[in-house]
Design a protein around this ligand. Structure first.
Ligand code: ATP
Ligand code: MG
Length: 232
């Protein structure tokens, strides 16, 4: 088993204001899979992603990566694990304003044992000719591609994406989804992608729907289509 999520529970708040957000989530995500996580606002998608990423801790249950439970790791091991094995892409690109494209991507390679070749990655991302530009000289799609580069340069086992196209229009969203697909094909990273956009499930190998803190659907998509052919 690659990424195992077992009976994960998480709530926030105390006493009468306590809300149970995840009420027992169990699933296994295979290596190299694109997994799309759908669900209404407030259903716990980001909470789940943050626990998988070791940013937040569960109340009970566990996440294990290749048999290693994250909760058993010391803070130091967890930090090392996150650095080496996890890449994050958020809705907001969070680029460093006074670093150019190439430098922003190189930030992600910091402390990696085995970073990807920066020139090749810039080409894959379609950013080679923009490599000396600052973030405010880029379009939204280019900024998001740069943030994908920053997440992917250390060649993480798992790429966690929280609404990576949430701030983008149709064409730019497709461009970004194509890059995520291409990166998954080329480097074999496991992708867990949260989205509000139902159409995006069609490019996934695996579709998980959350509602009220529980998994309501967990299906394998046998008729996966390429990001290029998505329509909404
Ligand atoms: N740190 C926190 N403290 C208190 N409540 C929180 C915290 N983080 C999340 N919540 C609550 O947990 C619930 C689930 O939040 P979460 O961000 O996981 O939802 P989501 O599915 O990602 O929603 P969206 O689609 O709007 O991003 C929400 O009701 C939210 O208010
Ligand atoms: Mg969210």
């Amino acid at each position: 088993m690659f990424l195992e999520i077992n009976n994960l529970k998480k709530g926030f708040g105390q006493g009468s204001s306590r809300v149970e957000v995840l009420k027992g989530i169990t699933c296994d995500i295979k290596k190299g899979e694109i997994c799309v996580l759908l669900g209404p606002s407030g259903s716990g998608k980001s909470t789940l992603l943050n626990i998988i990423g070791g940013i937040d801790a569960a109340d009970s249950g566990y996440v294990a990566i290749e048999g290693e439970k994250m909760a058993d790791m010391t803070e130091k091991q967890l930090t090392g694990y996150r650095r080496k094995h996890l890449g994050y892409i958020f809705q907001m690109y969070n680029l460093i304003p006074n670093l150019n494209v190439k430098e922003n991507i190189e930030v992600g390679a910091y402390l990696s044992d085995n970073p990807l070749d920066i020139g090749e990655l810039l080409n894959t991302l379609g950013l080679y000719e923009h490599r000396h530009k600052l973030p405010n000289q880029l379009s939204g799609g280019q900024q998001q591609r740069c943030s994908i580069g920053r997440a992917i340069i250390k060649n993480p086992d798992i790429l966690l994406c929280d609404e990576p196209t949430g701030a983008l229009d149709y064409n730019t969203s497709k461009e970004v989804l194509k890059i995520i697909e291409q990166v998954n094909r080329k480097y074999g990273n496991t992708v867990v992608m949260v989205t509000h956009n139902d159409a995006i499930k069609n490019m996934a190998d695996r579709v998980i729907k959350l509602r009220d803190g529980m998994i309501r659907h967990d299906i394998r998509n046998e008729q996966k289509i390429s990001a290029e052919d998505l329509d909404w």
